[in-house]
Design a protein around this ligand. Sequence first.
Ligand SMILES: C[S@@+](CC[C@H](N)C(=O)[O-])C[C@H]1O[C@@H](n2cnc3c(N)ncnc32)[C@H](O)[C@@H]1O
Length: 203
Amino acid sequence: MSSGVADAYTRRSAEYIDLFGSMTAVHHADLHLVSTWADGISGPVIDAGCGPGQWTNHLVSRGNDARGVDLVPAFISRGRREYPGVRFDVGRLDDLDAESSSVAGVLSWYSLIHCEPHDIQMPLREFSRVLRPGGGLLVGFFTWPTLERFPHAVIDAYRWPVTRLASEVEAAGFEIVETYERVEAGARPQGAILARRLPDLKQ
Ligand SMILES: C[S@@+](CC[C@H](N)C(=O)[O-])C[C@H]1O[C@@H](n2cnc3c(N)ncnc32)[C@H](O)[C@@H]1O
């Protein structure tokens, strides 16, 4: 899933950083949701698909032990430059540089939207692998009554029925804690899934 996505975001990285690379661009409900989720996380957090790093920095500034990972070197350089002291690494959602069961939280804020639906278990299972049992996952995404590909400004993306993406999250080893959907005039419907990593099954 990654090289077309990386190329597309690299081409438009300056524009993306201008538009979305600060917390002033964030909807108040999202700020509340992510901040409240993060308050309940004690231990290392990965902002998986961190883009320009504004959420990673937000988490760190609130006291979380967070680091950002993204495919796009221009975003990682920007994060390092803008937020010195916060760790950012180039990396892939489906191949995180973290020991199994070592992480307390994974934030995947609109970073799964470009993933082909038949591949979505790969990043979700990687999140499950790195999270410790009981660890928290928060996924932000675009919603729609049916699973549908659409022309996102950077590169085509998918919008999901909340229940359908929640089933994928469950299949990767999570229990769903809560789901949200926000439909507002003039904006794409948006959703969020909060989930908890299940304990490993006994052999
Ligand atoms: C819509 S942006 C969201 C960025 C950031 N989370 C935010 O809220 O501003 C999607 C991000 O996910 C990253 N991404 C998509 N697929 C990825 C993958 N397979 N591995 C790592 N990053 C990925 C993209 O490079 C991009 O920065």
